[in-house]
Write a protein that binds this ligand. Sequence first.
Ligand SMILES: C[S@@+](CC[C@H](N)C(=O)[O-])C[C@H]1O[C@@H](n2cnc3c(N)ncnc32)[C@H](O)[C@@H]1O
Length: 330
Amino acid sequence: MSDRLPMAGGCCGPGAECAEPPAAVSRDQVRDYYAAAARAPQEQLCCPTVHDPADVAHIPAEVMEISYGCGSPMGKARPRRGDTVLDLGSGGGIDCFIAARHVGPGGRVIGVDMTDDMLARATASARQVARNLGYAVVEFRKGFLEAVPVADGTVDLVTSNCVLNLSTDKGRVFGEIHRALRHGGRFVISDIVSERPVPEAMRRDPELWGECLSGAMTEAEFARAAEAAGFHGVTLAREYLWQTVNGIAFYSTTFRGYRFDKGAACDHRGHAATYLGPGRAFTDDDGHTFPRGEAVAVCTDTADRLRAEPYPGHFLVTDPDGMAPTGGCC
Ligand SMILES: C[S@@+](CC[C@H](N)C(=O)[O-])C[C@H]1O[C@@H](n2cnc3c(N)ncnc32)[C@H](O)[C@@H]1O
């Protein structure tokens, strides 16, 4: 791939409503910025992040010093034992090392980053983490967010911490996340978002770009880009105000989304879904509306999806021998 950041296309694909405006910042500039930040800790890049002490007890201090995330996606995602986890823009490795503790010796953690100095430091720290945990499950690979070096459908959980804003082809990055995840897989991503679109003059400032500000999307743009790549159940949790620059507020937000591949046939076999609230009704990503408290006939795909994250607690899904359906959703 060219080292120049892609200039066309945009967060929802060519010609789409939320096409990303061009940026005058190259991937080389971003890489040089983070190579320097790997060699000498940069205080201005460190957002306030609270970790569960048990999650970081096995992680060397030098990893924490070059931790430039804006949230704790791995702490929130709580990977399962045996999971394969992919962390994009892994930097000094903090989220990979948190994941290693959760997935256990039967799991696997892959960190991807484009910056050699970050990869070298993360790889050195991985040896210490392996000694502290008593097993080695973390590997770091050199690569770009826009062309992730992992096979299709092999990952249970994708995380990223304050990195997506640095790419000027967010649409391609979401496509890569979707490609890497298996059916039923999920992403949990923390990123800096802006309260409104960042003006072009700011987008041209490499310093502001490197500081994770001027490449930021709005929350709505982020969610639309994820949905355009095929994700469903996209949810966001705004965490804190990071900075206000030129009158624009920048927040730390953590997003979740799920990959769900529909079956070849949408079979109606007598399943029903009852929405439990809150609110009078819920409309899902396929446009099916579920009035609260009414059993609605659903196909096998919709039944499977509503049984899985993020819907438990909001739906009662019954098998053919259960509650009699009153309407149809698809
Ligand atoms: C703000 S730092 C965050 C590092 C890490 N996630 C953390 O929480 O400490 C951004 C990292 O993403 C990497 N990065 C930025 N753009 C990238 C791209 N397009 N492809 C791969 N890595 C990228 C940088 O090299 C840097 O290590």
